[in-house]
Design a protein around this ligand. Sequence first.
Ligand code: GLU
Length: 411
Amino acid sequence: MNDPYLNAQSQLRSVAKLIKADEEIINKLSIPDKLLTLSLPVRMDNGSIRTFIAYRSQHNNSRGPYKGGIRYHHLVNEAEVKALSMWMSWKCAIADIPYGGGKGGIIVDPRELSAAELERLSRAYVRAIAHDIGPDLDVPAPDVNTTPQIMDWMLDEYIKVSGNKSKATFTGKSVDNGGSLGRTEATGYGGVYVMEELLKAEKVKKDNLTIAIQGIGNVGYYFASLAHKNGHKIVAISDSKGGIYNAKGIDPKLALEFKQKEGRLSGMEGTKIIGNEQLLELKVDVLVPSALENVINADNADKIKARYIIEMANGPITPEADEILFSKKILSVPDVLANSGGVTVSYFEWYQNIHNEKWSKEEVLKKLKDNITRAFKQTYSKRKELGVNMRMAAYALAVAKVIEAFKKQEL
Ligand code: GLU
């Protein structure tokens, strides 16, 4: 089953049973509060008009404003944004930050647009959702293929349209424009903090730990760079076109430089070419899917040989695959915990904007590390207590928190 929304609903149903949740509340939580479907006319550089389809899904705001990124990808669809918005609700609850869940997306391959077209598209998106966002209402951020520059354009447009000058409507902005130091690294670094805690908890000897990372976007790259700095061996890394392998280890900085120069990873000195599917099936200590959904599914779960998985992408493992991995005793740290570093530092950014503060990078990363370590420990012990996988343990904690907040509202 590779429909991410059905997967998200099925995960919710499983945890509802586990925590004996009220069925009607679960019915409510399995559907987003609101889904905006938009058609955006954009003037292209050659004078023609192109219409883009876009979404914003607001899943639940019982714990605070809707929060979540905006994705630019040609495969964006309604089911995906709905699922991603639900996962954000659980992620913010696990991270213990005062937000609900939201997510947006535009069906576009941003590589096909000029910078000016991308700017006009981003501004058109904000004009279409302006009434539904704001620092206390819904706070968007970057996601796949969206950048601090795009957040800056969006905030500028929002200020123009709404007259609300607060910078806290968007997070993940550039540092000169109210962005937080450490936000760019936050998701990747947060994943490494979680991995180090996991290794400690599992008493894994750390010398020569091997890691394979699928994806070298913002998240995969910063994960790789801190893991490399911590002395681990990145034996494989990939982008959407394919990957490279070197049993002796790859320096992620050199790999990124090579990719930026050559437009691809294949051909980097000392490395062998491998496919993205092959990368997932390598015999490594830690596998880090760091790209898109459903890459580990019923078809390949049986072939996974890693001991541990750190889910840096959102939704990379389907529910069927989860069961197979559990029976193979492969321990996977779920997305809602492993990649929660990004939204956690988004919260720090929002907080700094509202209180007119500027924190140092050290302070931001220290707070992030403390917070994600706490969330990991809580989930790890919940897993032992319930005898379930880490996803169900994380969900048990998160969904219970959202339900508690939901019940406090007057209906
Ligand atoms: N897009 C990121 C995520 O999936 C970050 C969201 C945010 O910072 O609001 O968690």
